[in-house]
Write a protein that binds this ligand. Structure first.
Ligand code: SP5
Ligand code: ZN
Length: 342
């Protein structure tokens, strides 16, 4: 399997995030992708890694609000002129029923789009995240040109980014952008299977009222875990998207015995739906030693995860999402991909 990678991800390099009132070193950083890349090269060979091609803004605007995309691309000069070269966190958010009229303060506008305190904007954010979207689109293009599968080694991740908001370390929804691209190339039904520990709230948000993209997410119970406000089993889609959303929340402490059952259920939903291609939001933060998560998957379990996904027998784009146990992230990702291939 080919892997698509761009080192521009390194421009998103947050020093810190805020967890339970404390400023702590960011769990999401460049080392994650570097370590995955190193393992991929060992497992699949140096020549299996390709640079991204550039696709421009249009594919981003198919799934994201134009105002958010231009906010992200134009943010830094305005912010740094006012505040200096300091990572940008919001400190105000519009309450429910607030006015939509634009303020004259960049920090106040930031709170309209940024939903939490884990995802600072910095000088290189736009270049990093637009390169990440191109990585996903390049992998999608390989698959649409006939490769059975490809791995988009995206960083930062994307599945928490909705149509017009970002957060959870995510800015542009790489998996949604790839899924939409299959549709734009003529597929009538596509599925996104999100195996990250956290609910793929952004992806769900983007496709919730659409019947052409089925979203299936297996994740920790949102009553206890980020993203909290979405990810419940009774969210099944609306309008033309009725019954095209499937959430499979699992309790803290779930191991592969429990996880594997949900995975088989999710995979059979995708078969039933009649998807012509699948995009996997590949987070490995379900790993037992993940520092911010509470599932109990072992490294070998990721082989089975990959094997089960392969049973779909569909053109498959893997898109990197979470996973913060950096010492094992490369092994866990490569296990999914190898399990899929063998
Ligand atoms: C893509 C992705 O995996 N994003 C995850 C964002 C999670 N942000 C909230 C983290 C809350 C951590 N709470 C538990 C801390 C244990 N020390
Ligand atoms: Zn996650």
């Amino acid at each position: 399997m080919k892997t698509v990678y761009s080192d521009l991800h390194g421009l998103q390099d947050a020093e810190a995030e805020f967890i339970r009132g404390k400023r702590v070193p960011s769990f999401e950083g460049p080392r994650r992708a570097e370590l995955v890349l190193a393992r991929v090269k060992e497992a699949f060979g140096l020549e299996s890694v390709l640079e991204r091609r550039e696709f421009g803004l249009q594919p981003l605007l198919e799934v994201h609000d134009e105002r958010m995309v231009s906010f992200l691309s134009d943010f830094w000069p305005r912010w740094s002129e006012e505040n200096g070269a300091v990572d940008a966190f919001p400190n105000a958010w519009p309450p429910p029923r607030a006015h939509r009229r634009q303020t004259q303060r960049i920090g106040a506008e930031l709170g309209r789009f940024c939903v939490d305190m884990s995802s600072p904007l910095m000088e290189g954010t736009w270049r990093a995240v637009s390169a990440g979207a191109d990585v996903a689109l390049t992998a999608q293009a390989l698959v649409s040109a006939g490769d059975r599968a490809a791995f988009a080694l995206c960083r930062p991740p994307g599945h928490h980014a909705g149509r017009d908001y970002f957060g959870g370390y995510c800015f542009l929804n790489n998996a949604a952008i790839a899924a939409q691209s299959f549709i734009d190339q003529g597929a009538s039904r596509v599925a996104v299977l999100d195996v990250d520990y956290h609910h793929g709230n952004g992806t769900q948000d983007i496709f919730y009222d659409r019947g052409d993209v089925l979203c299936v997410s297996i994740h920790a119970d949102p009553t206890k875990e980020y993203p909290y406000y979405l990810g419940y089993a009774d969210e099944t889609g609306e309008g033309p998207g009725a019954d095209a959303n499937c959430n499979l929340p699992l309790p803290w402490g779930s191991d592969y015995a429990t996880y594997g059952e949900a995975l088989v259920a999710g995979v059979s939903r995708i078969k039933q739906f009649g998807a012509e291609a699948v995009v996997i939001s590949l987070g490995v933060d379900t790993f037992e030693s993940d520092p911010i998560s509470r599932f109990k998957l072992r490294s070998d379990d990721f082989l089975y995860l990959g094997k089960t996904i392969a049973k779909l027998n569909l053109p498959t784009v893997f898109v990197m999402e979470g996973g913060y146990a950096v010492e094992a992230i490369g092994l866990n990702v490569v296990n999914v991909l190898s399990g899929f291939e063998n």
